[in-house]
Design a protein around this ligand. Sequence first.
Ligand code: SF4
Length: 474
Amino acid sequence: MNKFRSDWVRDRQGNVTQMHYARQGIITPEMRHVAEQESLEPELICKEVAEGRMVIPANICHVELEPLAIGIASRCKINANIGNSQISSGLDEELEKLALSIKYGADTVMDLSTGKDIAKIRNNIIRNSPVPIGTVPIYEVVERVPDVRDLKPEFILQVIEEQAKQGVDYMTVHCGVVRKVLPLIESRITKIVSRGGALMAQWMLHHDQENPLYTHFDQLLEICKRYDVTLSLGDGLRPGCLHDASDAAQFTELDVLGELTERAWKHDVQVMIEGPGHVPMDQIEMNMAKEREVCHDAPFYVLGPLVTDIAAGYDHIASAIGGAIAAWKGASMLCYVTPKEHLGLPNAEDVRNGIIAYKIAAHAADIARHRPGAQDQDDAMSRARYSFDWNRQFELALDPDRAREYHDETLPGEAHKKAEFCSMCGPRFCAYKLSQEVSEKSKELADKMIPTACPETTPANNGHTAEDKHAVGE
Ligand code: SF4
């Protein structure tokens, strides 16, 4: 794999976060790179990073990374989750999912492995990934201790540092699940649905102590500063169903995340905030506004949200609807959901379907927010459609393989790549073809209707004849 950033990071030491450089007015190669990608000025990127509205997750140990920006000023990003479970998948399958995620356009990938060989799988993923890699370190922590109740805060920090050394670019840490919020889940139908949140709650109740990620937050920040790990402050109490959305537990945790954001920024550590979950459509805009207010405009990274709870088997659609609204109203990154959500570990085809659903959601939001060049590809597609340039249409589609496959199901072969129709309406009823003919005929008609110039009607007399002038008394 190309070591894209080796020269950029070679001499960095001390506090190496992008935010630390940005706050000194230093425009890093990473900032220049993302400025070019986003068609934005490097100075703007530097300002956004300095003020915390944008993050560039770029661990100095991930030299294969081609950095990108997550923030309100940049294109909306999408994340794909991969990773094995205790009962399914291994290294080859996970590398296949990584390759597929990158092929279909995931901007970042989270390795959520909870099964065997977590460190080995993660190292292989990082070494083969040009996109930022995120993790939830508590999964590995729990995999390595026989009983979660036995784990020590120092061991959590040890695992976090090991992951940072490997090059993990951002980490989800459920620091906001503090003791005072736990009683607030009682009125919920689904209580705690975040795996990390539930594990932290279990530990806290067993030890009758505060969340160790909260009490050891400063040590966590020291690790982030050394490697430039971006913190993704997890929503351990995100609503797991519509009934539980926007409740006291969710918003009390959000207040804690707002407080932790300020603490992280004091150390120039980059921060994203993770968001809900399951939210009725009419509450999404309020949720986006609340996060920006409470967490001081830190980029919002939302899971979906799902806008109905009854779409099992189609949750990628139910959540992409919520994701599109969330991104339009202020979310900076969407975490994809696959058709297998709530049902099982996604396979490669599920990953593909989830990514494309979210590419659509994020892209629709970029257009709605008028981001530079957002609609260019759509306009090019419309021109290709109208001119029956089938190969160009496939190239421009978010999933070129699927577009070609569907077209070729009924009209295979090269001859049909120039056909002025498809199997939907057929040659006699193709509206594009008919409208091209209408357009040509109406052009001819318009040419015929242009009146020949009258010697007395010239621009100099403003279209009036001599008689007109007399008639209006000029
Ligand atoms: S046949 Fe119908 S669907 Fe196909 S290109 Fe023409 S108008 Fe479009």
